[in-house]
Design a protein. Structure first.
Length: 646
């Protein structure tokens, strides 16, 4: 290795590396000492080992410099400074660790003192809690004593206590009321037995029983005796007497509870009389009564046996299934009835049943469960034979259905009313007056469907009142009238009105028929009027068609019946409007109708088959006869229909 120049070394002694090694060795020793302060941390051991190796390295470096007679480089000075700083740092760290140990020891000592203080506080708290509990127990004992004293005083049962010498120590208010003797008269006395039981025999029996109780240490319960009150009256008392035992089981007295049963014993005859009355009522009731458990009769009165058609003795234990005509009706009744009973309410069901001889009958069953949570365990049923009532109701229902069918099915507008207003109407009435729902007409007067005045100038309300009064006295009122249709103005109609009884009141039936108009001429001769009357009454469906306007100008009642329409619904319509688009053979109805009209106009008459329809009826077939009023000249055709059935 070459000699270094003076520019990168200092002229110092070669002992510098050895001094640096000594300092690093000292730092290693200090690190080992810090291991003890740090409680055996392996980090300080590793650091000491590293410092020891660095000291060896510095020693070896110094030996090399000494052997080579070289000058010490500047890096050795730096190593010396680092080694010195290491020693100083180890000394400082050691001071910090010793301070930490002292702080830790002080903390441990403080924690120990704190724990001791907490233990002392806990012991004091426990002592205080025990004192509080003892005070609370004493308070509760005092409260319990007050409550017991209050209960003894306020209860309506005789409560008394005797000491071992038989002297009274407790005598509550009920004992005062029953015996008539006050507390002040008896406290501390033991001679009250002669006051309450002047009969020496009864007194001896009761005293014997009490003495026997004391000797055997048992209880005396249910013993009754008759005592005499202070006012001389007598009371019947049921006793419960038990001995009072002190410390070590030593007898120290007796405790007595008495129930005044005078009223209960005296009411025995009343109870028996009430039971007799109840049995008379149940046995002679017009309704059948039965108690059912698990769908088996366990008790029934004679009327129930009579309704079911069996002997009373046979009904007890008889399954209810025997009273139903089939299994399905039996199961359906059970599902419905027990479902209602489980809800806690009454079951009121009409059911078809069978008597013991097999005769069917209608029965109304009204029942209630004794316990809704367990309906099978007991239910009481009332039975009523309603066969006659059901027959009458069925007839009334059938009659009402026939009336309603006729009422709703007629083509006339019908109104049911009283002098106060309308209470029902059929669908044709709604259509006639341009209404959509019955709520728009109900509770309104008939005058509300009219203009204020009639064409003749008379007031509608006043005139209608006269007609209604005439109908109410039994006369059939028939008159022409002008009504008002919603959104379409006034129209003329013919009204038929008569009265009939409905329940307890008299009601009116008004039939409103729109006046029929024939538009053949503006004025008619008597001959023409007679012809129109003949056509109106004819059973043959007859119409008159204007072939130029393609619409009907006349339609009699028979034709309206086939179409199921009113006259006002036909005005403005023609044969094409009352036909489907195509006939069964595929020809367009309008083209076919025009061809038939042309044949009739030139030939005078023509007959053919055609399919028609109306707003209130599906397609129907008719034989049509067309007759021209003046063949070749008049555009009017008389049309007659004969409906094909089947």
């Amino acid at each position: 290795m070459g000699r270094q120049t003076p520019s990168d070394e200092f002229p110092v002694t070669s002992a510098i590396p050895f001094l640096s090694a000594l300092l690093q060795l000292a730092a290693a020793i200090l690190a080992l000492r810090l291991t003890r302060l740090a409680r055996g941390s392996w980090g300080w051991v590793f650091l000491a080992a590293a410092l020891l190796l660095m000291a060896v390295r510095r020693g070896m470096a110094g030996w090399e410099i000494l052997a080579a007679h070289r000058l010490v480089p500047i890096s050795e000075w730096v190593s010396l400074a680092i080694s010195f700083l290491m020693v100083v740092g180890m000394v400082g760290v050691g001071g910090l660790l010793r301070a930490g140990r002292r702080a830790e020891a002080a903390l441990i000592a403080a924690e120990s003192r704190a724990r001791e203080e907490q233990e002392r506080i806990a012991r004091r708290e426990i002592l205080a809690q025990e004192i509080l509990e003892q005070g609370e127990a004493a308070r509760k004992a005092a409260e319990l004593g007050c409550c017991l004293a209050l209960m003894i005083e306020c209860t309506d049962v005789w409560i008394s206590a005797l000491d071992m010498d038989g002297r009274v120590v407790i005598w509550n208010r009920a004992a005062e009321d029953i015996s008539g003797y006050s507390r002040e008269e008896l406290l501390g006395h033991n001679d009250f037995w002669e006051w309450l039981y002047p009969d020496s025999g009864e007194r001896a029996i009761l005293a014997s029983e009490v003495d026997s109780l004391i000797r055997r240490g048992g209880q005396l319960a249910g013993v009754e005796s008759t005592l005499r009150r202070k006012d001389g009256t007598h009371r019947r008392v049921s006793w419960y007497i038990c001995p009072v035992l002190g410390v070590g089981g030593v007898f120290s007295g007796t405790f007595s509870i008495g129930h005044d049963v005078t009223a209960l014993r005296g009411s025995g005859e009343d109870v028996q009389r009430i039971r007799t009355f109840q049995n008379l009522i149940l046995d002679n009731s017009a309704l059948g009564l039965a108690l059912v458990r698990n769908r088996v009769h366990t008790w029934a009165n004679p009327r129930a046996a009579e309704i079911l058609g069996v002997h009373l003795g046979e009904l007890e234990g008889r399954p209810t299934r025997d009273s139903f005509p089939d299994e399905k009706s039996y199961q359906d009744f059970g599902t419905q009835a027990y479902g209602l009973l489980a809800q806690g309410g009454y079951a009121d069901i009409r059911v078809r049943m069978r008597r013991g001889n097999g005769t069917p009958f209608w029965c109304r069953m009204v029942g209630r469960a004794m316990d809704p949570a367990h309906v099978q365990e007991g239910s009481v049923w009332m039975m009523e034979d309603i066969t006659a009532r059901m027959t009458v109701e069925s007839a009334l229902t059938e009659s009402e259905e026939r009336f309603r069918g006729a009422f709703e099915g007629t083509l006339d507008a019908l109104l049911l009313l009283t002098p106060k207003g309308i209470f029902d109407c059929n669908y044709q009435a709604l259509r006639l007056f341009g209404l959509e729902d019955k709520s728009e007409i109900l509770q309104r007067g008939l005058k509300d469907l009219c203009p204020v005045r009639q064409p003749g100038g008379e007031a509608s309300g006043e005139a209608l009142g006269h007609h209604i009064q005439s109908a109410l006295v039994g006369e059939t009122a028939r008159f022409n009238w002008t009504f008002r249709r919603r959104g379409a103005g006034d129209f003329a109609a013919e009204v038929y009105m008569n009265s009939f009884p409905m329940g307890r009141r008299k009601v009116l039936l008004a039939c409103v028929r729109p006046a029929q108009v024939i538009e053949l001429k503006s004025s008619e001769s008597s001959q023409e009027l007679g012809m129109r009357a003949f056509l109106d009454l004819s059973p043959v469906a007859t119409m008159i068609v204007d072939t130029q306007a393609h619409r009907f100008v006349y339609c009699n009642r028979a034709a309206l019946t086939i179409l199921r329409c009113r006259m006002d619904e036909i005005y403005g319509l023609g044969p094409g409007d009352l036909s489907p688009m195509y006939q069964p053979d595929g020809r367009p109805s309008k083209t076919f109708s025009d061809e038939m009209n042309a044949i009739a106009m030139h030939g005078g008459s023509h007959r053919f088959r055609h399919v028609h329809r109306s707003p209130h009826r599906e397609d129907f077939a008719v034989d049509v006869t067309l007759t021209a009023l003046q063949p070749g000249f008049s555009p009017l055709l008389v049309v007659t229909w004969s409906e094909l059935i089947g």
